[in-house]
Design a protein around this ligand. Structure first.
Ligand SMILES: CC(C)(COP(=O)(O)OP(=O)(O)OC[C@H]1O[C@@H](n2cnc3c(N)ncnc32)[C@H](O)[C@@H]1OP(=O)(O)O)[C@@H](O)C(=O)NCCC(=O)NCCS
Length: 163
C-alpha cells in the first residue's frame, strides 16, 4: 500500500469511491451518483488550485483518498479548509484512513491553512473518533440539518488548529 498525490487518471477510481459512499453511507449527503466527468472536473479543480488530493493505492488500484479544499466561498474564510476522507468498504479497518489523515494533516501544516474543519454525520463514530485521536476538537452539533435514507441527520463539526 502506498499513499501518494493523485493524478488525473485516478478519477475513475475516485468515482467508484465517491459513488459507493453516496449509495451506502451518510458520509455524503447526496442521493445522486455522479459520472466520470464530474469527478474529473473535481480532481482537476483541486490539482489546478494546488490543493492536496492524497490517495491510498493497493495493488495498483486507488481504494481511498483524503483531501481538503475551501470551507466557504467568501474571502474571509480563505485560511480555513474542510477535509474529506473516504475508503472503500472492502478496505476498511486496515489503517488506510489513519495513514491518509496523518498525511493530509502533515500537508496542511506544511502548506499553511490556519484551521481545518470536518463536517461529520453524528452517528459516524468511527470517523469522529479517528479525528479526535488526531487532535480535532468537537466545536459544534447541528441537530437534524440533513435527511437521507428516510431519516434526519445531525452534523458534528470538528476543528483542528494547524498554525
Ligand atoms: C471512516 C473511514 C474513513 C475509516 O476508514 P478505515 O480505513 O476503515 O479506518 P482505519 O482502518 O484507519 O481505522 C481508524 C480507526 O477506526 C477503527 N475502526 C475502523 N473501522 C471500524 C469499525 N467498523 N468499528 C469500530 N472501529 C473501527 C480502527 O480500529 C482504528 O482505530 P485505532 O486508530 O484505535 O487503531 C471509513 O470507514 C469510511 O470511508 N467510511 C465511509 C466514509 C466516511 O465515513 N468518511 C468520513 C466522513 S467525513
Amino acid at each position: 500500500m502506498i499513499v501518494r498525490d493523485a493524478v488525473v487518471s485516478d478519477a475513475a477510481d475516485l468515482l467508484a469511491i465517491h459513488n459507493e459512499a453516496v449509495r451506502t453511507t451518510t458520509a455524503i449527503w447526496d442521493e445522486d451518483e455522479v459520472d466520470l466527468a464530474d469527478r474529473t472536473a473535481w480532481l482537476d479543480g483541486r490539482l489546478t488550485a494546488g490543493l492536496p488530493v492524497l490517495v491510498a493505492e493497493v495493488g495498483g488500484r486507488v481504494v481511498g483518498y483524503a483531501s481538503y479544499g475551501p470551507w466557504r466561498p467568501r474571502s474571509g474564510y480563505r485560511h480555513t479548509v474542510e477535509n474529506a476522507l473516504y475508503v472503500l468498504a472492502s478496505h476498511h479497518g486496515r489503517g488506510l484512513a489513519s495513514l491518509l489523515m496523518d498525511a493530509l494533516v502533515a500537508r496542511a501544516r506544511r502548506d499553511g491553512p490556519h484551521r481545518m474543519v470536518a463536517m461529520i454525520e453524528s452517528g459516524n463514530t468511527v470517523s469522529i473518533d479517528l479525528h479526535v485521536r488526531r487532535g480535532y476538537r468537537t466545536v459544534g452539533h447541528l441537530p437534524e440539518v440533513g435527511r437521507k435514507f428516510d431519516r434526519w441527520l445531525d452534523l458534528t463539526i470538528l476543528q483542528l488548529d494547524l498554525h
